[in-house]
Design a protein around this ligand. Structure first.
Ligand code: ZN
Length: 432
């Protein structure tokens, strides 16, 4: 992971570039000459000749073509009178160095933010090794991540100054921790750990010290005052995809909270209500599942089912009060509805959409939780406001409920492919 985001820290925000001494004489003409050579020999040979690796993120875009920024800056030096090319070890890439110099010479430098998958993110979370106290893993890294995910969900700024980061995190860390967690209320510890895991990016070229248990870390943060936040690709994913958010939050809860009631933390950071699982349809046209709603439905069902299982038999059960499970279940039902009332006698499209582009439909538990209903799409249904009113208060509500129970089950089976499986299982049991 950390390799994937290696350059993120240097690309945060716009900074006043210090001129890299090695590059201060570079001219636009020399860079154009290097571009010409790049074009004539090709990328592979150009990089080999000057001894540079491929750029991962920062490219000069010139007349519609892109060029590895650091290699270009190093090679361009050969086109200055009486100069030799600079070696890869003699200059630094990044906005503060080669890329920044090229930009100041009037070139377009673009940052190709690498995409990150939910799978990579979940794996990085599983690999976190928080210190433990008697009751379980310390919560600070989880609190920092959940806070940042809450911000991503709201579309709040990804990067904050160190001062603001502290102002927001100290009260959260002080309020939400296991007993015995030390040092209390200090964001520098969890943020340093998350940096090392590739889950946080700081705007500084200095590396975060690995020291634990002394004042060195605090001094380092006081001295550098680094702006920071989630790495950009992580933030983008968590901003746009509700499915990713639910999967990542679930991974954090599983990794850190165990039987500790996480709902107070998720509430404090604004991760509550259906919007946890909602895609921002105004950002991604296709919404969840990369345009494959059935796949997204199945992923959401997996979360609902795993959360049902994980809250069973715990000392502090949150059954019936699991905001992540409920949000995932409701999102699944909305996906399944395709934006129209699921009452087969109606089928009307939703009367409007929300600001985030979601159909305005009521997601209803067909059976009340109190009478044994589940937070599970197999027992939930999306209804237009009219049908919802009939189902709640109408004289025909009892018959309607029976019908809707069957509809919810049938549609769920059709979307998960379990109908065929159930038929098979039924056949098998008849044979035995
Ligand atoms: Zn309806």
């Amino acid at each position: 992971m950390s390799e994937v985001y290696g350059e993120t820290a240097a690309s945060v925000g716009v900074v006043a570039y210090r001129v890299d001494v090695a590059l201060r004489d570079l001219t636009r003409d020399a860079v154009i000459a290097a571009i010409d050579e790049f074009d004539s020999v090709g990328r592979e040979q150009f990089l080999a000749k000057y001894g540079f690796a491929e750029s991962r993120r920062l490219f000069v875009v010139h007349e519609g073509k892109s060029y590895d920024s650091k290699a270009l800056a190093g090679a361009a030096h050969a086109f200055l009178n009486g100069r030799a090319p600079l070696k890869a070890t003699e200059i630094s890439g990044g906005w503060r160095h080669a890329a920044g110099v090229l930009q100041r010479l009037g070139f377009d430098v673009v940052d190709r933010v690498p995409a990150v998958t939910v799978h990579e993110l979940v794996r990085a979370i599983d690999k976190l090794r928080p210190a433990t106290v008697a009751s379980g893993p310390m919560l600070k890294q989880a609190v920092v991540l959940l806070w940042a995910i809450g911000r991503a969900q709201r579309g709040a700024d990804r990067v904050l100054t160190w001062e603001r980061t502290q102002a927001e995190l100290i009260p959260l860390l002080t309020a939400h921790h296991r007993s015995g967690e030390r040092p209390e209320g200090r964001p520098d510890y969890p943020i340093a750990a998350l940096c090392r895991a590739g889950l946080w990016a700081l705007d500084t070229s200095a590396s975060v010290p690995t020291a634990h248990g002394d004042a060195r870390l605090r001094r380092w943060f006081d001295e550098h005052q680094p702006d920071g936040g989630l790495p950009e690709p992580v933030y983008e994913l968590l901003l746009s995809s509700g499915l990713a958010r639910v999967q990542v939050v679930t991974a954090i809860i599983d990794r850190f909270f165990d039987d500790f009631d996480y709902a107070a933390v998720t509430k404090a950071v604004g991760l509550q209500g259906d919007s946890i699982a909602d895609d921002d349809c105004t950002l991604s046209d296709e919404g969840a599942g990369n345009g494959d709603p059935k796949r997204a439905y199945q992923d959401l069902i997996e979360i609902v089912t795993s959360r049902e299982a994980s809250t069973r038999g715990k000392r502090r059960p949150v059954v019936g009060n699991d905001p992540i499970r409920l949000a995932a279940a409701r999102r699944a039902v909305i996906l399944r509805s395709g934006g129209s009332c699921e009452n087969p006698a109606c089928g009307k499209p939703a009367p409007d959409h929300t600001d985030r582009g979601h159909p305005v439909l009521e997601v209803d538990h067909v059976s009340d939780i109190a009478t044994g209903g589940r937070d599970h799409p197999v027992q939930m249904i999306a209804l237009c406001p009219d049908c919802h009113a009939v189902k709640t208060r109408g004289r025909s509500r009892h018959q309607l409920r029976e019908r809707l129970l069957a509809v919810a089950r049938d549609r769920h089976e059709a979307w998960t492919g379990t109908a065929a499986f159930a038929a098979q299982a039924g056949q098998a049991s008849r044979h035995t």
